[in-house]
Design a protein around this ligand. Structure first.
Ligand code: NAD
Length: 441
């Protein structure tokens, strides 16, 4: 049974998430049919609308979301995104990815996600502060240390998390509220290593994947040519960390465009330039390229670390990388996934590749509940262990599914992907807990 990619391509992220989920189901031996709807759809979706006094004296109404996808394995966990294109479908899909991610890396959380439709580039710091505080007040007790725990995502950062904590703490005096949000500044309960965790986790996961020998023609990060789309928390730090272990960063980009240098860029110098000018574009000693060109440039490892649905039916066939490491959530459509699979390109799926962020968020949460502060050596050692285990579990499951595919299981003309294997692992873990807890009443 070939699932489900016969349908036309959709750029709706939740449609893609559902297609991924349905495809993974074809690789599962048995599942209680009645819980499938519960496993894919969100448990709860909140819409809030609120007015804000703008700096110029006007008033604007903003629209925000918080989706709790699933919390059978623990409280909801997931970032808050500020972006003009935030939609309910996008937030729902990102929340589903979080449920699967926390399950595949085996931390005691479910999945959640939030967003506010706004353009932070056009907002002042005090407008962003008012938006954040009011958004948190509107969410009320729908977030909390044991219910649903936000974190940073696109265009939100440690300062945003500090405002979230401060607002929630004012609403709940006399309690230890540090664990209500992760990704906080170090001085108020943040964890060392959290700012680098997503990128560092993706490096550890890539190293482990290559060690397992599942990427034809690529044995090691050292010497690999790497292209990175997006130069924010995930992308800029990934460029730096891959560079540190001997990769050559041949192209990087941000929302304004990209730069390339086949001999290799120095990611720190590029970051310093971006911090000064607002973009990587214009960096000396590199030629310019567009984001579209970056995705199909000559490289060994492509790291999409910006937004979703970047690799699609119209450009997937031109991707030249041997390995795609999904630091962004959902950067490939389901149709693109199939095209690159047919080309023999391996995809390290988002729910494993970028899980380092939520793993160290979990460490931050544990430290907050215990009023402890771990050192960087401990955080990184535990992160590497979690990432290696998630990769090993995924590769082991992929190997087992491949063997069964050879015996005719699933009936598909193509074998499983690493994404199928990671999702099968996640879905089975969540389904097991649903049935162990048993259906109430
Ligand atoms: P960020 O705001 O720090 O950076 C986003 C970067 O993407 C910026 O450099 C921006 O210029 C660039 N960008 C925006 N639109 C672009 C476009 N159309 N083309 C190319 N570049 C574009 O955000 P982030 O936290 O680095 O998140 C990036 C991705 O990583 C998102 O998909 C996010 O969900 C995912 N992610 C982030 C974390 C985390 O801990 N920050 C964890 C897991 C996954």
């Amino acid at each position: 049974m070939d699932m489900p990619i016969k349908s036309a391509e959709s750029l709706d992220l939740f449609v893609n998430a559902r297609q991924q989920f349905e495809q993974a189901l074809t690789w599962i031996d048995s599942i209680k049919v009645g819980i499938i709807d519960y496993l894919i759809n969100p448990k709860r979706t909140l819409h809030v609308r609120f007015p804000i006094n703008m700096d110029d004296g006007s008033i604007r109404t903003f629209h925000g979301f918080r989706v709790l996808h699933n919390r059978v394995r623990g409280p909801g966990k997931g970032g808050i995104r500020y972006h003009p294109n935030v939609t309910e479908a996008e937030v729902t899909a990102l929340a589903a990815f979080m449920s699967w991610k926390t399950a595949v890396v085996d931390i005691p959380f479910g999945g959640g996600k939030g967003g506010v439709v706004c353009n932070p580039k056009e907002l002042s710091r005090s407008e962003l502060r008012r938006i954040t505080r009011r958004f948190v007040a509107e969410l009320g007790d729908n977030i909390g240390p044991h219910t649903d725990i936000p974190a940073p995502d696109v265009y939100t950062d440690a300062q945003t998390m500090a405002w979230i904590y401060d607002t929630f703490d004012l609403m709940h005096p006399g309690e230890n509220n540090l664990a209500v949000v992760t990704g906080k500044p170090l001085e108020i309960g943040g964890s060392v290593g959290r700012d680098q965790a997503t990128a560092r986790g993706s490096l550890y996961a890539t190293e482990q994947l290559l060690k397992r020998g599942v990427v034809p023609g690529l044995q090691s990060v050292e010497g690999a040519r790497v292209a990175v789309q997006g130069y924010g928390n995930a992308g800029a730090i990934a460029a730096q960390l891959f560079h540190e272990v001997g990769a050559r960063i041949v192209a990087v980009s941000d929302s304004r465009g990209g730069i390339r240098n086949g001999a290799g860029l120095d990611p720190q110098e590029v970051l310093a330039f971006k911090e000064k000018t607002g973009s990587v574009v214009g960096f000396e000693g590199a030629s310019e390229l567009s984001n579209e060109e970056l995705l199909v440039c000559d490289c060994d490892i492509l790291i999409p670390a910006a937004l979703e649905c970047q690799i699609r039916e119209d450009n997937a066939a031109d991707v030249k990388a041997k390995l795609i490491v999904e630091d962004a959530n959902g950067p490939l459509t389901t149709v693109a996934d199939k095209i690159v699979q047919d080309k023999g390109i391996v995809v390290l799926p988002d729910i494993v590749a970028n899980a380092g962020g939520v793993v160290v968020s979990y460490f931050e949460w544990v430290q907050n509940l215990e009023n402890q502060q771990w050192d960087l050596e401990k955080v990184d050692r535990k992160l590497r262990k979690k990432m290696n285990k998630a990769v090993d579990d995924t590769v082991d499951r992929w190997t087992a599914l491949n063997a069964r595919h050879g015996e005719g299981f699933n009936g598909s003309s193509v074998g499983p992907t690493l994404r199928d294997a990671a999702l099968v692992t996640a879905i089975e873990r969540i389904a097991t807990v649903v049935l162990q807890r048993d259906i109430w009443p």
